[in-house]
Write a protein that binds this ligand. Structure first.
Ligand code: DGT
Ligand code: CA
Ligand code: CA
Ligand code: ZN
Length: 574
């Protein structure tokens, strides 16, 4: 039993107890224990099996929980959990993932209609029975149906950052094996999609098949889904991410990269072009239809070139105009990580960040940046101890002084100001005017009608201090859909008011998404790419923001924080 497994059993049980409407104290103690165990550096199992140790030594684990943990270690479950599972099946846990439904509503649905699974819930909504329950209604019924749809869409997908981490871990292991020359990730990960379904790893070298043996014997591989002469598939890690590994000969590595990078739609269009030229394209290479002569295959570049295109960056391969542009030679010169000169959205211990201004500045300087903006929350986020007018003015003065005496880079005073329900800024304009950079963000009242949300954002754009619209769709990947509004109208107005859209690099957001970035650019908008860091390590997420910007066809010139310090300062003063 790993700590993760202990934690999961405890928090599942807490969820079920919450559905059952049981008392909050016990529920909190299970949840608390789950998070303590997850963060505990040694294995709980080892502590339990060591006669000289007691689990109660771990802070937050009392006698009652110690008994529970011992029971779990012994038989993989505990009494309370068995009781709950007798009442509600494990499928009830899925219901908590449906946005808009809390444990109380789920309990009600269970009592009245025996709803035990997402399928049951969908049926009850379609039969228009949810609307009749107390405190529910037609709106909620519609919302739940939409949530079910998005839940199904995201089930079995993973964040890009998680895919990247796993790919890096496995690439390093494969590369250390003798006879392996190259390991590359293909598929949606290489295209920088915000979520990935599975990981596609391609390996070449005189002993590339060693990677296949390595993955099927890997201690973290849970299940071997298939193993052939040049391919192995497993589910990997406790998260059970599917990993496909392919071993390839040198001469078809480019063709395989091209094929397995996709997207499927891009590949279909490319193959159609090949056929027009009397050629056929597959994962082994580009061949003549007649005579089956190899024309290209070792690199992607030569394949695209032989078909009349310049090489197409993977982030653009969605069959949305990139092939036509590559044929004409008019592909954008996409922004790169190295172009970014500063990070314009981060939080500190003043609000809900974990590091001080100075610590963030030092970490950012170590990344080679020339400047950052500190943008803590405003007072509407009381939970985060958001800044009021007085603190904002003090903060702006303090930053001016700090810049005079030896910070490792230039710090701009900023704020992530809440956009209130009616579109007003959370703080008075004269306080905002003291700051170098004001980001406006929506953090609550996200379930407005599209018309209301559009008006709210249009009104926010009238604020003379506003420079950036932060994470402007509000989506949380795999958890929460974007809120609806008339994006074209808002983008048109943002362009007119010279307010930038933020490309938020936080892996849970990646907001704006690529297609909306592209739409905003077409309206004449400018952009920033920022991490929304809440601790130093988050500053490294910039790479995911850049990938997302590239999926939106952005060039360095479209992104304000690619400008050198002096130029950036001038742009702020426009
Ligand atoms: P994912 O894994 O759902 O995030 O998305 P992808 O794009 O990584 O899709 P995946 O893993 O199924 O396949 C990787 C690429 O391989 C895909 O983008 C295109 C190519 N590919 C795989 N199977 C087929 C196929 O049956 N037909 C075609 N045309 N292409 C395929
Ligand atoms: Ca994939
Ligand atoms: Ca795959
Ligand atoms: Zn925010």
């Amino acid at each position: 039993m790993e700590n993760k497994d202990f934690a999961q059993l405890l928090s599942e049980t807490a969820d079920l107890m919450e559905i059952a409407g049981e008392d909050g104290f016990r529920i909190r103690s299970y949840r608390n224990a789950a998070s303590v165990i997850l963060g505990h550096p040694e294995r709980v199992q080892d502590v339990l099996s060591n006669p000289d140790r007691k689990v109660t030594e771990i802070a937050g684990i009392g006698k009652g929980l110690a008994a529970v943990l011992a029971e779990i270690a012994q038989r993989g479950s505990f009494e309370r959990r068995d009781e709950m599972l007798a009442k509600y099946p494990a499928s009830a846990l899925e219901l908590l993932k449906i946005q808009g439904l809390g444990p109380k509503s789920i309990a009600l649905l269970y009592q009245h209609h025996g709803v035990k699974s997402v399928d049951d819930l969908e049926r009850i909504c379609r039969e228009q029975k949810l609307r009749e329950l107390p405190r529910m209604g037609v709106k909620l019924e519609e919302k739940v149906l939409r949530s079910i749809e998005s839940y199904r869409k995201s089930a079995g997908r993973f964040l890009l950052s998680f895919g990247r981490r796993t790919a890096d871990e496995l690439s390093a292991e494969f590369s250390a094996l003798p006879g392996i020359e190259k390991v590359e990730a293909a598929g949606s990960l290489r295209r920088g999609r915000e979520t990935i379904g599975d990981l596609d790893l391609l390996v070449t070298g005189p002993n590339a098949v060693a990677a296949l043996d390595h993955i099927v014997r890997h201690p973290k591989s849970q299940e071997v889904l298939g193993q052939g002469g040049n391919k192995a598939s497993v589910t990997f890690g406790v998260e059970r991410l599917q990993v496909d590994v392919r071993a390839l000969p040198h001469e078809s590595f480019g063709a395989a990269m091209q094929y397995f990078t996709g997207s499927k739609e891009h590949n279909v269009a490319l193959r159609t072009q090949a056929i027009k030229q009397g050629l056929t394209l597959n994962e082994y290479g580009l061949f003549t239809l007649e005579g089956n002569q190899r024309v290209a295959g070792e690199t992607e570049q030569e394949i695209y070139l032989k078909l009349g295109y310049t090489w197409i960056p993977p982030e653009l391969r969605e069959n949305s105009g990139e092939l036509e542009a590559a044929q004409r030679g008019t592909l954008p010169n996409l922004v790169q990580l190295a172009d970014v000169r500063g990070d314009l959205h981060m939080h500190t211990t003043e609000t809900d960040g974990k590091a001080t201004l100075r610590e963030m500045a030092e970490a950012a300087a170590a990344l080679g940046y020339q400047y950052i903006a500190i943008t803590d929350h405003s007072k509407a986020l009381a939970m985060a101890n958001g800044l009021d007018e007085k603190r904002v003015v003090d903060f702006a003065r303090q930053v001016r002084e700090l810049n005079r005496d030896g910070l490792p880079l230039h710090v701009f005073s900023g704020l992530e100001c809440d956009i209130l329900r009616d579109g007003a800024m959370d703080l008075a304009e004269d306080a905002l005017a003291e700051l170098d950079l004001v980001i406006g963000s929506v953090h609550n009242h996200m379930n407005l009608e599209s018309v209301e949300m559009t008006d709210r954002l249009l009104r926010a754009l009238e604020s003379p201090s506003l420079r950036v619209l932060g994470h402007a769709t509000g989506r949380l990947l795999l958890q929460r859909e974007s809120y609806p509004y008339d994006f074209d109208r808002v983008a048109t107005q943002a362009a007119a008011r010279k307010v930038c859209f933020e490309v938020n690099a936080s892996p849970e957001r990646l907001d704006l998404p690529g297609p909306l970035i592209r739409a905003a650019k077409a309206k004449g908008c400018q952009f920033t790419i920022s991490t929304d860091a809440h601790r130093q390590a988050h500053l490294h997420n910039m790479r995911f923001g850049v990938l997302t910007a590239r999926r939106g066809w952005l060039e360095a010139a479209d992104v304000l924080n690619t400008r050198p310090l002096a130029e950036f300062k001038a742009a702020l003063k426009h």
